[in-house]
Design a protein around this ligand. Structure first.
Ligand SMILES: *[C@@H]1O[C@H](CO)[C@@H](O)[C@H](O)[C@H]1NC(C)=O
Ligand SMILES: *[C@@H]1O[C@H](CO)[C@@H](O)[C@H](O)[C@H]1NC(C)=O
Ligand SMILES: *[C@@H]1O[C@H](CO)[C@@H](O)[C@H](O)[C@H]1NC(C)=O
Ligand SMILES: *[C@@H]1O[C@H](CO)[C@@H](O)[C@H](O)[C@H]1NC(C)=O
Ligand SMILES: *[C@@H]1O[C@H](CO)[C@@H](O)[C@H](O)[C@H]1NC(C)=O
Ligand SMILES: *[C@@H]1O[C@H](CO)[C@@H](O)[C@H](O)[C@H]1NC(C)=O
Ligand SMILES: *[C@@H]1O[C@H](CO)[C@@H](O)[C@H](O)[C@H]1NC(C)=O
Length: 294
């Protein structure tokens, strides 16, 4: 036994006991933090200050459900689609700032519709945000713009793969929120095609086996709005049928957390609220089976 081996042999029993006696922070590198950050990418329904004029995005309330178990960085930005969030480097900024062990939530859809338009700039017409139609590797060429436009799943999968390669603990691909479900005077909710694209993206990334999870946020939010009733919901869409007053943004945050807790993502273990408690106010876990990658 060399002196070094001897020293290691001596130290090992103590090494295994260290975490019991040393504060957790002293075991991590100075630049790392023991608490994970939950990074949120999205549009105005998620973003700080929502769609402006007193509206708010749901991720502003997310930290209330994690207490001191995690930080939340709400990087969502009004007006963005999966395409324009990518083109403007917003996923890259998250990638540069995140640490291994962090989680990333990706929720787009409301600005992703339409077809890419030919034009001189990418801020006119479709505002440079419509994805190429389709669910696979199709591309669209936009005349006079230095951009090859990809499909919604392509952008979402590219971002998720990058975060996983950087050591993200996991990815949540979250279904877009509904508009006011009481808009017609009667309750009505149908998931959009982006809901299917979310599910497809999760499946193509190999789902929970690869730490990628689907949260049926839109469906849980619709359920919560149904329970609140027409008058409360109408009063919480002060500007249009998309952007929420703070109260409903908070409800939508709780609906996300419920969807998370009704699935298998380990991120749910950091939530401070009991599932049964959330179900009492926001409705029950949705029926599921082993084929749903939640
Ligand atoms: C937001 O408020 C400003 C100032 O009151 C107003 O000019 C603008 O039209 C409002 N925007 C919307 C979308 O309601
Ligand atoms: C949140 O993340 C963005 C990058 O998406 C970064 O620019 C910003 O400084 C972060 N905010 C905080 C409070 O750390
Ligand atoms: C844009 O221009 C390209 C190249 O000319 C063409 O292939 C494509 O169909 C055009 N797209 C639209 C939406 O007009
Ligand atoms: C592209 O740019 C050329 C030259 O500036 C212009 O003549 C043409 O109309 C533009 N095409 C589109 C679709 O904007
Ligand atoms: C709502 O549903 C009821 C019962 O089906 C129907 O009578 C009524 O016309 C509907 N109201 C609206 C605004 O669609
Ligand atoms: C969890 O509890 C906190 C503190 O009471 C509350 O602010 C938050 O909205 C709750 N979250 C859910 C999902 O009910
Ligand atoms: C599993 O649940 C999903 C969503 O409810 C449903 O579409 C699918 O048909 C179910 N699959 C099986 C095998 O029951």
């Amino acid at each position: 036994m060399t002196p070094i081996h001897f020293a290691v042999a001596l130290l090992l029993p103590f090494a295994s006991a260290w975490p019991k006696y040393l504060p957790r922070a002293s075991l991590t590198a100075p630049t790392a933090t023991a608490l994970p950050t939950i990074w949120v990418a999205g549009d105005s329904t998620t973003a700080p200050d929502g769609g402006h004029n007193g509206t708010q995005g749901w991720a502003e309330y997310l930290h209330y459900s994690f207490g001191s178990n995690a930080f939340v960085n709400n990087s969502a930005y009004a007006g963005r689609s999966a395409r324009s969030f990518t083109r403007e480097g917003r996923f890259d900024w998250i990638a540069e700032a995140m640490h291994p062990g962090d989680w990333v939530v990706i929720e787009f859809g409301i600005n992703d519709g339409g077809t890419p338009l030919n034009g001189s700039t990418s801020t006119t017409g479709d505002k440079g945000r419509a994805d190429c139609p389709g669910a696979g590797d199709e591309t669209c060429t936009v005349v006079n713009a230095t951009e090859i436009v990809h499909t919604f799943p392509w952008y979402v999968k590219a971002a998720a793969s990058k975060f996983l390669s950087l050591g993200a603990a996991g990815i949540v691909i979250s279904e877009q929120l509904p508009n006011n479900v009481w808009e017609t005077g009667n309750y009505s909710y149908t998931p959009s095609r982006f809901s299917y694209y979310d599910l497809l993206s999760v499946e193509e990334l190999r789902g929970p086996k690869s730490m990628v999870y689907f949260v049926q946020h839109g469906t849980y939010a619709a359920q919560a709005q149904k329970l609140l009733g027409l008058e409360v919901v109408d009063a919480n869409y002060p500007m249009d049928h998309t952007h929420t007053a703070p109260f409903l943004a908070d409800v939508h945050s709780q609906a996300f957390v419920l969807g998370l807790k009704c699935g298998t993502a380990p991120l749910a273990d950091l939530v401070i609220n009991a599932t049964a408690r959330i179900e009492m106010s926001r409705g029950p876990c949705l029926p599921a089976n082993s084929t749903l990658p939640i």
